[in-house]
Design a protein around this ligand. Sequence first.
Ligand code: ZN
Length: 350
Amino acid sequence: MQIDTQITIPSLVRIKPGALERLGLYLARAEYRQAVLIASAGLDDTLVQTALRSLDTHDIRVVQQTAVDDATFERATALFADFPPGTQAVIGLGGGKALDTAKYAAFLAKQPYFAVPTSLSNDGFGSPQASLTYAGKRRSLACRIPSAIVIDTAVCLQAPDALWWSGVGDLISKVTAIADWKLAFHAAGAVVNDFAALLSDATVFQFIARPAHDLDGVGLLGTALMLNGIAMEISGSSRPASGSEHLISHALDTVTARPRLHGLQVGTATYLVSRLQGQGTARIAQVLDAVGFWRGIRADPFSKAEWLEAVRLAPTVKPGFYTILTTRDCLPEVADILDTDPVLAECFTG
Ligand SMILES: [Zn+2]
């Protein structure tokens, strides 16, 4: 076992209302004067203008500004190649696609990266990986954790409810991910990093204690998702953040006619997997209930047939990745749960 690992953590973390208006100050304090801004295409222009005004106030020159509407390796490498000379920092502003593109381009350029998410729909903004497609195929590429994480809780609170539910769904998945990790240790000798597992577990408990959709609740969710990124960095793997519930969601992405938000799929799969694992079910159901997650799913139910196919395919998504789905053929149990579980009633059609 490797026990002497070098890890990176963000040097600056600001999670509070009004943080976006202070973005320029954060760069100025770090003595960065020239930055590239990569924002989501279609992002509310007032947010872009707030960022630009703040940078201007603090004499930070935006040497390049790009709007990104996809998350591809090709785009990230092209951006990296085009960074103007003198660039000292890269800012990613908006949703997951722009942030992953900016994170990877900054990594290639060895530039400090400021992650400024405007919604908290998953834990990707602070992870040491970028989810990009390469030649049309989705890849999870290793890169650096952001140098700075700036979450304006007032901005994130304004994001649509579905993004909030998705963020909570991705957070709660740590309950089943950690259980799968421990299972993999006992059954297949997978290396468990105790500190990362503990950290990941603790983030869920912090949020569960107060799952309210207000400024403090958004702050807790942002903190928890960020710490999950750090847990991945500490363990050098995605294990603290991702288990069989993520395998099901990834498989679903390939079979479904209409993929939904990552955390909506993952949150539902987490509940399902907890039933298979025989642990955590009540806690997971309670949190998802408290934030209105199931209301969102019932308003636009999943297809039962697609989910059964996804569960069948899930163990093949990541060969050698031991989870509860490896222990037995779970398909008959899942079919039964989808038919009879009271929490999942009206969450599936067909
Ligand atoms: Zn996730």
